[in-house]
Design a protein around this ligand. Structure first.
Ligand code: GLU
Length: 304
């Protein structure tokens, strides 16, 4: 397969569709990005890198940080992790409080905000330097030191985090959060404000395409079974209320973020990242969704 030709075709077809979307603005600092940015990077499990468009420019990971923190915590906790959260799609908005109330403070899955906060809480209980540890984990996957946090975005989210604080307080009332709420929210906002370019992120996401193995340094970070399970959760819960649509039209496990990125994997073959900051009504990158649909359609290959 000529992957360069594939992503070139996808890129120009998506550009011709004039999909726009809306840049996220509920975290004010996120709205200062050029809506016309668009890049696609694909990295194979053999280490070949293909890219087109704005693939070297950093963008905010936001919820795409969540598979990495899940990987870190799952590797250390194993199945015991699932006492504190579930693996079911929520069918509710990513920051919904209602379901959490009637399900006794146990979040449905690690990718809605409540679940991600539990994962960050567990990570915080293991280390005094959670943010540095997350950065180090990602740096080792990309073999670069040039990964950092956008302070302005982190501070902007911290100043607008009433709903995430409410989720954390509610879970704490059920005994499912141990950290202080302010410290937990700070760590969470810093993790979401990590910035990476498409190619770097595709490199890091290769972990999930490569059976939990960091091909850059030989480390086995997750077992094959743990990798399968994280991919299963990404498939069913990785796209807000559009996970079914993404499975139907694209057919790859992945995770999107309100920074406009989508990272997905074809296990054993490649990871692919699309970035375009205009979001559709469900909060997923409008061009990103279309690009990945075209990619697997043209490829004639998906996990299904
Ligand atoms: N930091 C964002 C929030 O908690 C992440 C949202 C996302 O990308 O899904 O609202």
């Amino acid at each position: 397969m000529n992957y360069q030709q594939l992503i070139n075709e996808v890129y120009s077809e998506v550009q011709s569709l004039q999909l726009e979307g809306i840049v996220a603005n509920y975290i004010p600092e996120l709205s200062n990005v050029d809506i016309h940015k668009f890049g696609i990077s694909l990295v194979t499990t053999h280490g070949e890198v293909y890219c087109i468009g704005d693939t070297q420019e950093k963008f905010s990971l936001q919820s795409i940080s969540k598979p990495f923190t899940l990987a870190m915590v799952f590797a250390s906790e194993g199945e015991a992790l699932w006492k504190r959260l579930g693996v079911e799609p929520s069918g509710n908005p990513f920051n919904s409080l209602a379901q959490l109330e009637y399900e006794n403070g146990i979040p449905r899955n690690p990718f809605i905000n409540a679940g991600a906060l539990v994962i960050t809480d567990i990570l915080r209980s293991k280390t005094n330097t959670p943010v540095e540890d997350i950065l180090l984990f990602i740096k080792k996957l990309t073999n670069t030191d040039n990964i950092s946090i956008n302070q302005k975005i982190a501070l902007s989210e911290m100043a607008h985090s009433n709903r995430n604080k409410a989720l954390a307080h509610l879970m704490k009332s059920f005994g499912n959060i141990n950290s202080s709420i302010d410290e937990l929210i700070e760590t969470y906002c810093y993790q979401c404000a990590i910035e990476m370019a498409c190619t770097e992120l595709a490199q890091a996401f290769l972990l999930f395409a490569n059976h939990g193995h960091n091909r850059l340094n030989g480390d086995q970070l997750l077992t094959i079974s743990q990798t399968k399970r994280i991919n299963a959760i990404m498939q069913t819960c990785g796209f807000y209320d559009e996970a079914g649509e993404f499975a139907y039209t694209v057919g790859l496990p992945g995770k999107s973020g309100v920074g406009g990125g989508i990272a997905a994997v074809l296990p054993g073959e490649f990871s692919v990242v699309v970035w375009s900051p205009g979001l559709n009504s469900k909060g997923n990158s409008a061009k990103g969704m279309k690009a990945l649909e075209l990619l697997t359609t043209k490829l004639g290959h998906s996990v299904f």
